[in-house]
Design a protein around this ligand. Structure first.
Ligand code: F0G
Length: 460
């Protein structure tokens, strides 16, 4: 499909759907968003951006336009995704389904910097989106495409966040949504969102990878629009987090960006954005984008370490960070390319390391869901290995809100998260971070005594 857009600031933009494997350009994507010739994934490319003449987007004009839109009251300008719409395919403003997504804060993390051994550390909190995860930035774009193309139904397989986000955007856009999730492996916060936003929610007796397999067949048979991250419009929307980050950093790229890896759509999208921003002269160099996985769900780590990223090594995934419990990631090739082009690396972290990092992010007054905490846990290792050097600037991408998975947090603080599954040594490291609720008689004395004891402990 060739599409054109005119932006007030700049010139007409052309974009194509192109296969990442064989390079074939398509008029229109198939229902499963795979190449009709070689079955690889598609990506959206902007051929004009390679030109050096006056029709190319102008970096200074774009920066000024995007900044100016922050003072506008138009819904598309208030959205932290559509504000950067020159980086998306063309859209009529009336077709946009928006919950004012994006606009995610960049926080300084002094406590986390200390534990990582760095003088300074920042986190971009994508969990501060309307449904509490980064998925909203991609969903606003892909759901808008679904409605524009006339679909009544949209669908996804999910570990929870995609389904929550899709259900919300479908509801706002007047569409129905079908959710396939692994039974018993999705946190209650996320499941309850899908229900409340009105999705038809099916808990399948399989894992995420099994849900994905079933859904791929369903979309071939039924007129239903697939909203997983194989849909390249999702990734286009998710790119804007990187643009927003660069704006927050006054267009000075950090040395490192650290991202959790599950289905590998987000790392692919952020990497694509950095590459495109450099192409257009919005930034002068690329940050190293590194991807962290849970050790029990580490297909990318194995793939890179065992064959340099040539062939995917799938795994049977297991981790309490349920959002990234994925063994057969769809976007692995795109992620490998991002690692290669940006010079990033991969790392894996244990369950105890994830839990500790999550509590440390919480102790900075920020908090996140377990999958996001792999970033800090991974960073500690990258600092130890010397891949991240003490003077370098680092941004952690926190992908989900603390309240997405309160059960994990409660179990951690009560001390029953691991139920004997980790060593005594690891438990001893976690203990100082655990703050179980204290049950007391309803007396002033009891509360005062508890307060004094807590204060004494602080002074130790
Ligand atoms: N962090 C959170 C909170 C997630 O929900 C996910 C993915 C990831 C990280 C990994 O991102 O897949 O782009 O590599 N969640 C998907 C879902 C799979 O269904 O909600 P990714």
């Amino acid at each position: 499909m060739t599409d054109q857009t005119s932006s007030k600031s700049n010139s007409v933009q052309v974009s194509h759907l192109r296969c990442i494997g064989c390079g074939t350009v398509f008029e229109k994507a198939q229902q499963n968003f795979r190449c009709a010739s070689c079955d690889d994934l598609l990506e959206i490319v902007y051929p004009d951006w390679n030109r050096s003449d006056a029709t190319r987007l102008d970096a200074a004009k774009l920066r000024a336009l995007w900044r100016q839109r922050r003072t506008s009251g138009l819904p598309v300008d208030e959205s932290g995704v559509w504000r950067f719409r020159e980086f998306l395919r063309s859209f009529d403003e009336k077709d946009v389904i928006s919950l004012r997504e994006g606009n995610a804060p960049l926080y300084e993390m002094p406590g986390c910097a200390r534990v990582a051994g760095l003088p300074q550390l920042y986190a971009k909190h994508q969990g501060m989106n309307p449904t509490g995860s980064f998925k909203d930035t991609g969903m606003t774009v892909a759901a808008s495409v679904a409605r524009r193309e006339g679909f009544r139904w949209v669908a996804c397989a999910s570990t929870g966040n995609t389904s929550a986000s899709m259900a919300a955007y479908a509801a706002r856009g007047g569409m129905r949504s079908l959710v396939l999730i692994p039974e018993g492996k999705v946190s209650w916060g996320k499941l309850s969102q899908a229900l409340d936003y009105g999705a038809v929610t099916c808990q399948l007796k399989t894992d995420f990878d099994g849900c994905m397999r079933v859904l791929n067949e369903v979309v071939q048979r039924m007129p239903i629009y697939l909203l997983n991250s194989v849909n390249p419009y999702r990734l286009e929307g998710q790119k804007t987090a990187a643009i927003e980050l660069m704006e927050q950093l006054d267009w000075q790229p950090p040395d490192h960006v650290i991202v959790p890896g599950g289905n590998l759509g987000n790392s692919s999208a952020l990497g694509k954005a950095f590459i495109e921003m450099r192409q257009l002269g919005l930034i002068s160099r690329l940050p190293k984008v590194s991807i962290i996985q849970a050790a029990g769900a580490n297909p990318l780590v194995r793939t890179i370490r065992q064959n340099g990223g040539k062939e995917l090594i799938s795994v049977q995934a297991e981790t309490a960070a349920s959002a990234i419990r994925i063994g057969n990631p769809a976007s692995w090739k795109k992620a490998v390319r991002v690692l290669q082009v940006t010079g990033g690396t991969v790392e894996e972290v244990s369950e105890a390391e994830i839990a500790l990092a999550k509590a440390e992010i919480g102790a900075d007054g920020i908090g996140c869901e377990p999958a996001s905490a792999v970033t800090l846990a991974g960073l500690k290792k990258l600092v130890e290995q010397g891949f991240v050097k003490p003077g370098e600037s680092v941004i952690l991408i926190l992908t989900g809100h603390l309240l997405k998975d309160p059960e994990f947090t409660l179990k951690f603080h009560r001390g029953d998260l691991f139920a004997g599954a980790i060593s005594e040594k690891e438990l001893a490291i976690l203990r100082p971070q655990q703050r179980a609720p204290i049950v007391l008689d309803a007396t002033v004395d009891a509360v005062v005594q508890t307060l004094k004891a807590a204060d004494d402990q602080l002074e130790l």
